[in-house]
Design a protein. Sequence first.
Length: 153
Amino acid sequence: MSATAVQLNDLTKTVRACFQRLKAMGERLHGDLDVTVAMRAVLETLVEDGPRTVPQIARSKAVTRQHIQTIVDSLLMKKLVKLDDNPAHRRSSLIVATAKGSDLFADMRRREQRALTAIGRTLDHVDIGATLRTLAALNTALEGHLKETKHAA
């Protein structure tokens, strides 16, 4: 294994560990809201990017349509999202955050900002910038690799 492959292996282990800790932090911060971290992620997409179809959300998160449909069904039951007609596709409705969903997400974001501000005091902003650039490049490379392997299969 090359030195770069070893480093990338270590990087992926670290990213997974960070993801698990971020998930745990989200569960603690939002445990009283009866919203899962996955539901929060879908709400974030809808609030920040606007109405999307289930397949569009699934593609953006590199997960299955069925997984997103299950989350959307839960959000619908809680009246945090609603379905709108999709002029581009009769059978694939647009999922839209309701006012209740948008307000809830804004509250979640405020809670997270307080925690991240405290954590940020322990980190160097230059290191954060370098990490962001590296993770963005890794994400792009992974996306390209997934496309290549999809076409090769």
